[in-house]
Design a protein around this ligand. Structure first.
Ligand SMILES: [Zn+2]
Ligand SMILES: [Zn+2]
Length: 267
């Protein structure tokens, strides 16, 4: 049997930092042999005070996002299983709104992208963390989010290492806490292929980058479940299918339990 290829982490141009139409993503996924493609664009939030984010759609764009993906689901039924979700942060003040949207649009899933502290208007971007206190905050929110039970996996679980200078004792302690929590609550951790690609493409003399090998060495010490995600912001992201398959083998070789599909989002 051919290995199962699934990707639940796909963006659309609505987030202002992705390219390629939804239909092009679907066709690329079929071409590359995926059986499952999940759209999980950066969620909108009903920000207070007229704040407009430059990295996500507006709430008013949800109708179009949902209609577009649902139409493709029908059009390509029989060729590929398409799921509709969102990548969302843990912003306590706006979670009731997110729950309403999830229900209103019957979204299939949420993935947890722990990008900002508490909210985007005031919170720091965790991908720019350079100080131990910021890693502690990242971990605090990662744990709270996983404990909420809202999300089907934690995307790029070591995003906080992106601009962090060294794999010090704080980094190790924080990442161990994330792994311990994920194992305890059965929240799959995503091996983020985009992070790996970025880490390899750029020199990291002064920071670590994310999807760091040290993180996955630590993760292998815990009974966690892993899912491999492309975090596709363009067609090239989808076309990394060979790497997705290779990563699954590598993680399994490390003794990590790798999921082919997320619970409730199978073939
Ligand atoms: Zn993005
Ligand atoms: Zn993403």
């Amino acid at each position: 049997m051919a290995p199962i290829l699934a990707n639940y982490h796909t963006h659309t141009p609505r987030c202002h930092h992705a390219s390629g139409s939804e239909e092009e993503f679907v066709q690329a996924a079929i071409h590359c042999g995926y059986s499952i493609l999940g759209f999980s664009d950066h969620t909108p939030w009903p920000f207070a005070g007229g704040f407009v984010s430059n990295c996500r759609m507006l709430p008013a764009q949800m109708d179009d996002y949902v209609a577009t993906v649902r139409a493709l689901q029908k059009k390509y039924a029989g060729q590929i299983r398409i799921y509709l979700g969102l990548e969302a942060e843990y912003f306590p003040a706006y979670l009731p709104w997110l729950a309403e949207q999830t229900k209103k649009y019957s979204l299939d899933y949420l993935i947890f992208g722990n990008h900002f502290c508490a909210s985007e208007e005031t919170g720091e971007y965790f991908g720019a963390a350079t100080r131990p206190a910021q890693l502690e905050a990242y971990t605090e929110y990662a744990v709270k989010g996983m404990e909420s039970g809202l999300y089907c996996c934690l995307a790029h679980p070591d995003l906080c290492l992106n601009h962090y200078p060294a794999f010090d004792a704080t980094a190790e302690r924080c990442l161990r806490r994330i792994c311990e929590t994920a194992a305890r609550l059965h929240v799959p951790l995503e091996y983020n292929v985009l992070g790996e690609v970025r880490r390899m493409a750029e020199p990291h003399d002064h920071d670590l980058g994310y999807t760091h090998p040290n993180f996955w060495k630590i993760a292998a010490e815990y009974p966690i479940q892993a899912i491999v995600g492309c975090d596709a912001h363009d067609l090239a992201g989808i076309e990394r299918a060979p790497r997705v398959l290779a990563v699954k083998q590598e993680l399994r070789g490390m003794g990590i339990k790798v999921l082919d599909t997320l619970p409730g989002l199978g073939l």
